[in-house]
Ligand binder design. Sequence first.
Ligand SMILES: *[C@@H]1O[C@H](CO)[C@@H](O)[C@H](O)[C@H]1NC(C)=O
Ligand SMILES: *[C@@H]1O[C@H](CO)[C@@H](O)[C@H](O)[C@H]1NC(C)=O
Ligand SMILES: *[C@@H]1O[C@H](CO)[C@@H](O)[C@H](O)[C@H]1NC(C)=O
Length: 317
Amino acid sequence: MIFYRRFNVCRYYSVVIIFILMCSLFISFWFPFSVQFAIVHNFLAGEIVDFTGADNETGFDTFIIPNVVHFVRLENHQMNFVDMISLKAAFLHQSPEKVVIHCDCHTLHGKYWEMVKDLPGLEIKFIHKPTHVFGQKLSSVHHASDIARLKILMSEGGIFLENDVYIVKPLDSFLKFEMAIGWPPDQPLGTQVILAHKNARFLKLWYQSYKYYKPDRLYYNAGELPTQMILRKQPNLVHRVPYEFGVRNLSYFLYGVHRTDWENFHAIHLSRNKAHLASNVMREEFDEENIKTYNKTFGDMARLVLFGKTQMVVKSN
Ligand SMILES: *[C@@H]1O[C@H](CO)[C@@H](O)[C@H](O)[C@H]1NC(C)=O
Ligand SMILES: *[C@@H]1O[C@H](CO)[C@@H](O)[C@H](O)[C@H]1NC(C)=O
Ligand SMILES: *[C@@H]1O[C@H](CO)[C@@H](O)[C@H](O)[C@H]1NC(C)=O
């Protein structure tokens, strides 16, 4: 009896093995060995775990990155006007399955949070603020956020956005890539918009490069090092988006002139960082009143999200 059962199990395994061998024989005519290995590996895992041979120009036939938007908020739990506009734009212009705010908090505060907190599909997920990387202490909350976003993408995949990134139109066409990033010509990659499958090769390499963490340099590990040491040599690891993710310094475009071609972007980083703002632009805080007549590009963008149209809104006294 035992002998008989063992025989059956053996037969089951041999059928599976013969099937796999036949499959690999079949694909061996088309692909080099490393890619064959990846195909078998992915087949057995039931998901993509090995991206060897993935094409960064054409991507996959289906969406492989989840349509989930991730924001990270550390220390600052007060939502401001620009963040509220960005959050609403993510819902309205991307239509994600859900939007997750990863926060070292359980709820956010402020009147702008009240305006968005009930959006269906919005959730806050508690995380501990990262304090160390590979044994070194993180020097600032910016670096903690850089680490958090990589970890979140490595565990879930999806669309990471900085809190002040405005989605102009759906990023769906980029969901078929292993990873897509904004990387302007002659600049380091931008970390404000990152789309990635959780097993994307560059995510892991980027995270590993924090072994060479330099606490005193703001943009070294987030942008310069991964661009110079990894992507210059292996640009095939990402789908490079030079302009459409709007990660360059667009402060003049947004706050210095009134342009209508912002609709050509897929996303725009709304940076109100003092270093980005020219001295002659409006530097005071925006709010739902002064935005009604703000006659620059950002005015149109914010009004579209708040009032459903770009035109200026006449004040009723
Ligand atoms: C894809 O990778 C190649 C290198 O293999 C690189 O030259 C090209 O710019 C990349 N294309 C995109 C859209 O990122
Ligand atoms: C808004 O700015 C444009 C120029 O950018 C100007 O032509 C127009 O008159 C301005 N509108 C108002 C109401 O200030
Ligand atoms: C960004 O652009 C503005 C306006 O063109 C300029 O004044 C500012 O110095 C730039 N900031 C950086 C960090 O490049």
